[in-house]
Design a protein. Structure first.
Length: 176
């Protein structure tokens, strides 16, 4: 989702207890507000070449209605994404658990890298652009050694389960 006007094209209420459908604005607004200021842990799940799943915690940010995350070229997630971009990203937000399904592709254009590096710096990680990737004095061990590739998630489907009032469970579908 790279367009700030991107909205779900279909919504389905998954709640079995009579709660109303959740608006997409609920998790989206939390991602916008908390991405740079709250310690959110995102988990990216990818598929190994033999079909087995792989999951890893990543430092992700939501910028311009798009989720970005990093991974070293030698990490399992980066190798999996190079072969098959299908993945899910999960996060627990304040009052709602969110799963994003879609495809992640590497970002190499300098303007986007600079914009996202600046966002990471604002949120406390001193990333700098080095060619088509990021470097920094440190990163999580799960990211592998530098340089770190940047990935953009194109969301096809999202699922939200509210853990606080108003409760509910909803599926949002986005244009492909």
């Amino acid at each position: 989702m790279t367009d700030t006007t991107n909205k779900p094209i279909a919504t389905r209420n998954l709640d079995r207890y009579g709660h109303a459908e959740l608006p997409w604005s609920r998790p989206r607004d939390l991602l916008v507000r908390d991405s740079a200021t709250t310690d959110l842990t995102f988990f990216v799940a990818t598929v190994r070449p033999d079909g087995r799943p792989h999951s890893a915690a990543v430092g992700a940010v939501w910028v311009d209605d798009t989720l970005y995350f990093v991974g070293g070229p030698g990490t399992r997630r980066s190798r999996n994404l190079a072969a098959n971009p299908a993945c899910t990203v999960s996060v627990r937000l304040r009052g709602i658990d969110l799963v994003l399904e879609g495809e992640a592709h590497r970002v190499t254009d300098t303007p986007t890298l600079e914009r996202i590096a600046d966002f990471y710096r604002t949120s406390g990680w001193p990333a700098t652009v080095d060619g088509p990737a990021f470097t920094a004095p440190y990163n999580a061990p799960s990211a592998g050694p530098p340089p770190w590739h940047l990935y953009r998630l194109t969301v096809h489907t999202a699922f939200g389960v509210a853990t606080a009032e108003p409760h509910g469970a909803t599926r949002w579908d986005f244009a492909r």
